[in-house]
Design a protein around this ligand. Structure first.
Ligand SMILES: Nc1ncnc2c1ncn2[C@@H]1O[C@H](COP(=O)(O)OP(=O)(O)OP(=O)(O)O)[C@@H](O)[C@H]1O
Ligand SMILES: [Mg+2]
Length: 342
Protein backbone atom coordinates (compact mmCIF):
# COMPACT_ATOMS: atom_id res chain seq x y z
CA UNK A 1 0.00 0.00 0.00
CA UNK A 2 1.42 3.46 -0.89
CA UNK A 3 1.92 5.89 2.00
CA UNK A 4 -1.17 8.12 2.43
CA UNK A 5 -0.68 11.86 1.95
CA UNK A 6 -2.38 12.56 5.26
CA UNK A 7 -2.72 10.21 8.19
CA UNK A 8 -4.70 11.25 11.24
CA UNK A 9 -4.47 8.89 14.20
CA UNK A 10 -6.56 9.06 17.36
CA UNK A 11 -6.76 12.86 17.24
CA UNK A 12 -8.44 14.60 20.18
CA UNK A 13 -8.92 18.34 20.44
CA UNK A 14 -10.67 20.20 23.26
CA UNK A 15 -11.70 23.84 23.69
CA UNK A 16 -10.72 24.67 27.25
CA UNK A 17 -11.91 27.75 29.07
CA UNK A 18 -11.89 28.53 32.80
CA UNK A 19 -15.44 27.30 33.16
CA UNK A 20 -15.74 24.40 30.74
CA UNK A 21 -14.05 21.90 28.44
CA UNK A 22 -15.72 21.22 25.11
CA UNK A 23 -14.57 17.85 23.78
CA UNK A 24 -14.93 18.85 20.13
CA UNK A 25 -12.85 16.02 18.60
CA UNK A 26 -12.41 12.70 20.36
CA UNK A 27 -10.15 9.92 19.04
CA UNK A 28 -10.60 10.60 15.33
CA UNK A 29 -8.59 8.50 12.83
CA UNK A 30 -8.60 8.49 9.03
CA UNK A 31 -6.20 8.79 6.15
CA UNK A 32 -6.32 10.32 2.67
CA UNK A 33 -4.47 8.79 -0.26
CA UNK A 34 -2.81 10.79 -3.05
CA UNK A 35 -5.48 12.08 -5.43
CA UNK A 36 -8.33 10.90 -3.20
CA UNK A 37 -11.20 12.75 -1.57
CA UNK A 38 -12.24 11.99 1.98
CA UNK A 39 -15.58 13.37 3.15
CA UNK A 40 -16.38 14.22 6.76
CA UNK A 41 -20.14 14.43 7.29
CA UNK A 42 -22.44 15.01 10.21
CA UNK A 43 -24.86 17.47 11.79
CA UNK A 44 -23.90 20.96 12.92
CA UNK A 45 -21.57 21.05 15.90
CA UNK A 46 -20.24 17.49 15.58
CA UNK A 47 -16.61 18.64 15.20
CA UNK A 48 -16.03 18.64 11.42
CA UNK A 49 -14.45 22.10 11.16
CA UNK A 50 -12.44 21.57 14.34
CA UNK A 51 -10.99 18.37 12.86
CA UNK A 52 -10.04 20.17 9.63
CA UNK A 53 -8.43 23.08 11.49
CA UNK A 54 -6.58 20.77 13.89
CA UNK A 55 -4.81 19.19 10.93
CA UNK A 56 -2.93 22.41 10.19
CA UNK A 57 -3.11 23.73 13.75
CA UNK A 58 -5.18 26.77 12.87
CA UNK A 59 -6.96 26.94 16.20
CA UNK A 60 -8.06 29.62 18.63
CA UNK A 61 -6.07 30.02 21.88
CA UNK A 62 -8.63 27.94 23.77
CA UNK A 63 -8.19 25.05 21.33
CA UNK A 64 -5.77 22.37 22.49
CA UNK A 65 -4.77 19.19 20.79
CA UNK A 66 -4.81 16.76 23.70
CA UNK A 67 -3.90 13.55 21.91
CA UNK A 68 -3.13 11.77 18.67
CA UNK A 69 -0.97 12.42 15.67
CA UNK A 70 -1.25 14.07 12.26
CA UNK A 71 1.24 12.94 9.64
CA UNK A 72 1.46 14.95 6.40
CA UNK A 73 3.66 13.18 3.84
CA UNK A 74 5.00 11.15 6.75
CA UNK A 75 5.97 14.29 8.72
CA UNK A 76 4.53 14.93 12.16
CA UNK A 77 2.66 18.25 12.01
CA UNK A 78 3.03 18.68 15.80
CA UNK A 79 6.80 18.79 15.38
CA UNK A 80 6.77 21.45 12.65
CA UNK A 81 7.88 24.97 13.57
CA UNK A 82 5.52 27.91 13.10
CA UNK A 83 7.61 28.83 10.04
CA UNK A 84 7.27 25.39 8.48
CA UNK A 85 3.54 25.45 9.16
CA UNK A 86 3.16 28.85 7.53
CA UNK A 87 5.06 27.63 4.48
CA UNK A 88 2.78 24.66 4.09
CA UNK A 89 -0.49 26.45 4.79
CA UNK A 90 -1.93 28.05 1.72
CA UNK A 91 0.80 26.60 -0.52
CA UNK A 92 0.96 22.82 -0.24
CA UNK A 93 -2.24 22.68 1.74
CA UNK A 94 -5.00 24.87 0.36
CA UNK A 95 -7.81 25.93 2.64
CA UNK A 96 -11.39 26.89 2.02
CA UNK A 97 -13.16 27.76 5.26
CA UNK A 98 -16.80 28.32 6.09
CA UNK A 99 -16.31 32.03 6.69
CA UNK A 100 -14.42 33.59 3.75
CA UNK A 101 -13.54 36.71 5.75
CA UNK A 102 -11.33 34.69 8.12
CA UNK A 103 -9.05 33.56 5.31
CA UNK A 104 -9.17 36.60 3.01
CA UNK A 105 -7.07 39.66 3.67
CA UNK A 106 -9.27 42.78 4.03
CA UNK A 107 -6.47 45.28 3.33
CA UNK A 108 -5.09 43.98 0.02
CA UNK A 109 -6.79 43.59 -3.32
CA UNK A 110 -8.12 40.35 -4.75
CA UNK A 111 -5.42 40.54 -7.44
CA UNK A 112 -2.56 40.90 -4.96
CA UNK A 113 -3.81 37.94 -2.93
CA UNK A 114 -4.08 35.83 -6.07
CA UNK A 115 -0.58 36.83 -7.22
CA UNK A 116 0.84 35.83 -3.82
CA UNK A 117 -0.79 32.44 -4.18
CA UNK A 118 0.73 32.05 -7.65
CA UNK A 119 4.30 32.71 -6.50
CA UNK A 120 6.82 29.96 -7.00
CA UNK A 121 5.30 28.67 -10.24
CA UNK A 122 7.82 30.45 -12.48
CA UNK A 123 5.25 32.84 -13.95
CA UNK A 124 6.25 36.35 -15.05
CA UNK A 125 4.02 39.37 -14.34
CA UNK A 126 1.87 38.89 -17.41
CA UNK A 127 1.67 35.14 -16.79
CA UNK A 128 0.47 35.73 -13.23
CA UNK A 129 -2.11 38.23 -14.40
CA UNK A 130 -3.43 35.85 -17.05
CA UNK A 131 -3.55 32.93 -14.65
CA UNK A 132 -5.32 35.04 -11.98
CA UNK A 133 -7.96 36.06 -14.51
CA UNK A 134 -8.33 32.46 -15.63
CA UNK A 135 -8.83 31.28 -12.04
CA UNK A 136 -11.50 33.92 -11.38
CA UNK A 137 -13.20 32.90 -14.59
CA UNK A 138 -13.10 29.26 -13.51
CA UNK A 139 -15.02 30.09 -10.35
CA UNK A 140 -17.44 32.16 -12.39
CA UNK A 141 -16.56 35.67 -11.33
CA UNK A 142 -17.99 38.11 -13.87
CA UNK A 143 -15.58 40.69 -15.36
CA UNK A 144 -12.57 39.05 -13.70
CA UNK A 145 -10.01 41.63 -14.93
CA UNK A 146 -11.85 44.37 -13.07
CA UNK A 147 -12.30 42.27 -9.93
CA UNK A 148 -8.51 42.02 -9.53
CA UNK A 149 -8.50 45.63 -8.33
CA UNK A 150 -11.30 45.10 -5.78
CA UNK A 151 -10.99 44.68 -2.02
CA UNK A 152 -12.97 41.77 -0.58
CA UNK A 153 -15.43 44.02 1.26
CA UNK A 154 -16.49 45.34 -2.14
CA UNK A 155 -17.68 41.87 -3.17
CA UNK A 156 -20.92 40.03 -2.39
CA UNK A 157 -20.85 37.06 0.00
CA UNK A 158 -21.11 34.52 -2.82
CA UNK A 159 -18.29 36.23 -4.73
CA UNK A 160 -16.04 36.22 -1.66
CA UNK A 161 -16.59 32.51 -1.30
CA UNK A 162 -15.57 31.98 -4.94
CA UNK A 163 -12.54 34.27 -4.67
CA UNK A 164 -11.43 32.26 -1.63
CA UNK A 165 -11.76 29.06 -3.66
CA UNK A 166 -9.68 30.58 -6.50
CA UNK A 167 -6.96 31.66 -4.03
CA UNK A 168 -6.93 28.23 -2.39
CA UNK A 169 -6.56 26.47 -5.74
CA UNK A 170 -4.04 28.91 -7.27
CA UNK A 171 -0.88 27.36 -5.74
CA UNK A 172 -1.95 23.92 -7.03
CA UNK A 173 -1.99 22.44 -3.54
CA UNK A 174 -1.27 18.79 -2.84
CA UNK A 175 -4.06 18.77 -0.27
CA UNK A 176 -7.19 20.88 -0.18
CA UNK A 177 -9.05 21.31 3.10
CA UNK A 178 -12.50 22.31 1.94
CA UNK A 179 -14.92 23.17 4.73
CA UNK A 180 -18.45 23.43 3.31
CA UNK A 181 -17.02 24.88 0.08
CA UNK A 182 -20.34 25.04 -1.73
CA UNK A 183 -22.89 25.67 1.01
CA UNK A 184 -23.23 29.43 0.51
CA UNK A 185 -23.45 29.13 -3.29
CA UNK A 186 -26.47 28.68 -5.50
CA UNK A 187 -26.97 25.31 -7.14
CA UNK A 188 -25.51 26.08 -10.58
CA UNK A 189 -22.34 27.56 -9.14
CA UNK A 190 -22.17 24.72 -6.62
CA UNK A 191 -22.02 22.27 -9.52
CA UNK A 192 -19.30 24.32 -11.23
CA UNK A 193 -17.17 24.42 -8.10
CA UNK A 194 -17.56 20.66 -7.64
CA UNK A 195 -16.50 20.13 -11.28
CA UNK A 196 -13.51 22.46 -10.81
CA UNK A 197 -12.28 20.66 -7.69
CA UNK A 198 -12.83 17.27 -9.32
CA UNK A 199 -10.90 18.31 -12.44
CA UNK A 200 -7.96 19.62 -10.39
CA UNK A 201 -7.96 16.34 -8.55
CA UNK A 202 -7.52 14.57 -11.85
CA UNK A 203 -5.05 17.02 -13.40
CA UNK A 204 -2.81 17.52 -10.37
CA UNK A 205 -3.47 14.42 -8.30
CA UNK A 206 -4.69 16.75 -5.55
CA UNK A 207 -6.15 15.15 -2.42
CA UNK A 208 -9.17 16.68 -0.71
CA UNK A 209 -10.60 16.67 2.78
CA UNK A 210 -14.19 17.68 2.19
CA UNK A 211 -16.26 18.81 5.16
CA UNK A 212 -19.96 18.89 4.48
CA UNK A 213 -23.37 18.09 5.88
CA UNK A 214 -24.62 17.37 2.36
CA UNK A 215 -24.67 13.69 1.45
CA UNK A 216 -25.45 14.60 -2.17
CA UNK A 217 -22.08 16.39 -2.40
CA UNK A 218 -20.39 13.41 -0.73
CA UNK A 219 -21.89 11.18 -3.37
CA UNK A 220 -20.51 13.35 -6.17
CA UNK A 221 -17.05 13.92 -4.78
CA UNK A 222 -15.82 11.42 -2.24
CA UNK A 223 -13.88 8.16 -2.40
CA UNK A 224 -14.01 7.57 1.36
CA UNK A 225 -16.44 8.89 3.94
CA UNK A 226 -16.29 9.37 7.71
CA UNK A 227 -19.54 10.05 9.55
CA UNK A 228 -19.02 12.20 12.65
CA UNK A 229 -21.22 12.40 15.69
CA UNK A 230 -20.44 14.18 18.97
CA UNK A 231 -16.77 14.65 18.07
CA UNK A 232 -16.18 11.04 17.06
CA UNK A 233 -16.21 9.09 13.84
CA UNK A 234 -19.06 6.57 14.17
CA UNK A 235 -18.79 4.99 10.72
CA UNK A 236 -16.10 5.06 8.05
CA UNK A 237 -15.57 3.32 4.73
CA UNK A 238 -15.74 3.77 0.99
CA UNK A 239 -18.51 5.97 -0.40
CA UNK A 240 -20.37 2.89 -1.61
CA UNK A 241 -20.01 1.06 1.70
CA UNK A 242 -21.25 3.99 3.77
CA UNK A 243 -23.95 5.38 1.46
CA UNK A 244 -25.30 2.11 0.06
CA UNK A 245 -24.89 -0.13 3.06
CA UNK A 246 -24.78 2.05 6.15
CA UNK A 247 -24.48 0.12 9.38
CA UNK A 248 -24.65 2.88 11.96
CA UNK A 249 -28.19 3.98 12.90
CA UNK A 250 -27.00 7.61 12.74
CA UNK A 251 -25.81 7.20 9.14
CA UNK A 252 -29.13 5.53 8.32
CA UNK A 253 -30.92 8.50 9.86
CA UNK A 254 -28.88 11.00 7.83
CA UNK A 255 -29.61 9.12 4.61
CA UNK A 256 -33.31 8.87 5.44
CA UNK A 257 -33.49 12.62 5.98
CA UNK A 258 -32.43 13.22 2.36
CA UNK A 259 -35.32 14.05 0.02
CA UNK A 260 -35.80 11.16 -2.41
CA UNK A 261 -34.82 12.07 -5.94
CA UNK A 262 -37.76 12.72 -8.29
CA UNK A 263 -40.16 12.42 -5.36
CA UNK A 264 -41.36 15.84 -4.39
CA UNK A 265 -44.06 14.40 -2.13
CA UNK A 266 -41.65 12.56 0.14
CA UNK A 267 -41.68 13.70 3.72
CA UNK A 268 -38.30 14.71 5.09
CA UNK A 269 -37.64 12.64 8.17
CA UNK A 270 -35.09 14.37 10.30
CA UNK A 271 -33.56 12.46 13.18
CA UNK A 272 -35.57 13.21 16.32
CA UNK A 273 -33.72 14.75 19.26
CA UNK A 274 -30.52 16.75 19.55
CA UNK A 275 -26.82 15.88 19.64
CA UNK A 276 -25.32 15.83 23.15
CA UNK A 277 -23.65 18.83 24.77
CA UNK A 278 -19.92 18.27 24.26
CA UNK A 279 -19.10 20.18 27.45
CA UNK A 280 -20.65 17.33 29.48
CA UNK A 281 -19.26 13.87 29.99
CA UNK A 282 -20.82 11.32 27.65
CA UNK A 283 -21.53 7.90 29.13
CA UNK A 284 -22.17 5.02 26.73
CA UNK A 285 -22.84 5.56 23.03
CA UNK A 286 -23.34 9.28 22.29
CA UNK A 287 -26.15 8.45 19.85
CA UNK A 288 -28.08 6.22 22.29
CA UNK A 289 -30.65 8.87 23.39
CA UNK A 290 -31.75 9.29 19.74
CA UNK A 291 -31.29 5.74 18.55
CA UNK A 292 -34.31 3.49 17.85
CA UNK A 293 -32.23 0.39 18.56
CA UNK A 294 -30.61 1.50 21.82
CA UNK A 295 -30.51 -1.05 24.64
CA UNK A 296 -29.05 -1.02 28.14
CA UNK A 297 -25.52 -1.69 26.95
CA UNK A 298 -25.67 1.33 24.61
CA UNK A 299 -26.54 3.60 27.53
CA UNK A 300 -23.83 2.12 29.76
CA UNK A 301 -20.78 1.47 27.61
CA UNK A 302 -19.12 3.24 24.68
CA UNK A 303 -19.20 0.93 21.66
CA UNK A 304 -16.01 -0.62 20.33
CA UNK A 305 -15.29 -0.79 16.63
CA UNK A 306 -16.82 -3.43 14.39
CA UNK A 307 -15.05 -4.16 11.09
CA UNK A 308 -17.90 -4.98 8.72
CA UNK A 309 -15.82 -5.81 5.69
CA UNK A 310 -12.70 -4.46 3.96
CA UNK A 311 -12.18 -1.49 6.27
CA UNK A 312 -15.85 -0.54 6.63
CA UNK A 313 -15.73 0.33 10.34
CA UNK A 314 -18.73 0.97 12.58
CA UNK A 315 -18.81 2.01 16.24
CA UNK A 316 -22.13 0.51 17.34
CA UNK A 317 -23.11 -2.23 19.78
CA UNK A 318 -25.74 -3.37 17.28
CA UNK A 319 -23.81 -2.93 14.04
CA UNK A 320 -24.85 -6.42 13.10
CA UNK A 321 -28.24 -6.16 11.42
CA UNK A 322 -29.57 -9.51 12.62
CA UNK A 323 -28.76 -8.36 16.14
CA UNK A 324 -30.63 -5.13 15.47
CA UNK A 325 -33.69 -6.98 14.16
CA UNK A 326 -33.87 -8.79 17.51
CA UNK A 327 -33.72 -5.48 19.39
CA UNK A 328 -36.48 -4.06 17.22
CA UNK A 329 -38.69 -7.09 17.89
CA UNK A 330 -38.19 -7.11 21.63
CA UNK A 331 -38.76 -3.38 22.11
CA UNK A 332 -41.64 -3.20 19.67
CA UNK A 333 -39.95 -0.28 17.85
CA UNK A 334 -40.90 -0.16 14.20
CA UNK A 335 -37.84 -0.72 12.07
CA UNK A 336 -37.29 2.68 10.44
CA UNK A 337 -36.47 1.04 7.13
CA UNK A 338 -39.89 -0.65 7.07
CA UNK A 339 -41.55 2.61 7.96
CA UNK A 340 -39.65 4.37 5.16
CA UNK A 341 -40.72 1.68 2.71
CA UNK A 342 -44.39 1.92 3.67
N1 LIG B 1 -13.88 28.58 19.63
C1 LIG B 1 -14.64 27.68 20.27
N2 LIG B 1 -14.73 27.65 21.62
C2 LIG B 1 -15.50 26.74 22.26
N3 LIG B 1 -16.21 25.79 21.64
C3 LIG B 1 -16.18 25.78 20.30
C4 LIG B 1 -15.39 26.70 19.52
N4 LIG B 1 -15.56 26.43 18.20
C5 LIG B 1 -16.41 25.38 18.14
N5 LIG B 1 -16.77 24.98 19.40
C6 LIG B 1 -17.64 23.84 19.74
O1 LIG B 1 -16.98 22.67 19.30
C7 LIG B 1 -17.93 21.75 18.78
C8 LIG B 1 -17.56 21.40 17.35
O2 LIG B 1 -17.68 22.56 16.55
P1 LIG B 1 -17.32 22.58 14.99
O3 LIG B 1 -17.39 23.99 14.56
O4 LIG B 1 -16.06 21.84 14.78
O5 LIG B 1 -18.54 21.75 14.39
P2 LIG B 1 -18.99 21.52 12.86
O6 LIG B 1 -19.26 20.07 12.72
O7 LIG B 1 -18.00 22.14 11.95
O8 LIG B 1 -20.38 22.30 12.80
P3 LIG B 1 -21.07 23.13 11.56
O9 LIG B 1 -21.66 22.09 10.65
O10 LIG B 1 -22.11 23.95 12.23
O11 LIG B 1 -20.00 23.95 10.92
C9 LIG B 1 -19.30 22.40 18.93
O12 LIG B 1 -19.89 21.94 20.11
C10 LIG B 1 -18.97 23.87 19.01
O13 LIG B 1 -19.94 24.55 19.78
MG1 LIG C 1 -18.12 23.68 10.63
Amino acid sequence: MPEPLLKVTDLSMYYKTKTETVRAVEGVSFSIGVGKTFGLVGESGCGKSTTARSIIRLLPKTGQIVGGQVLYQGRDVAKMSQRELREIRGKEIGMIFQDPMTSLNPVTTVGKQLFESLEGQGLDKQGMHDRAVELLRMVNIPEPEERLGNYVHELSGGMRQRVMIAIALAPRPKLLLADEPTTALDVTIQDQVICLINSLKEQLGMSVLLVTHDLGVVNEMCDQVGVMYAGRIVEIGSRRQVLDKPHHPYTEGLIRSLPAEHDTRSRLQSIPGMPPNLAREIVGCPFAPRCPYATDICRAKAPGVVDRLDGHLVWCHHADESDRAKVTESTGILDPREEGAA
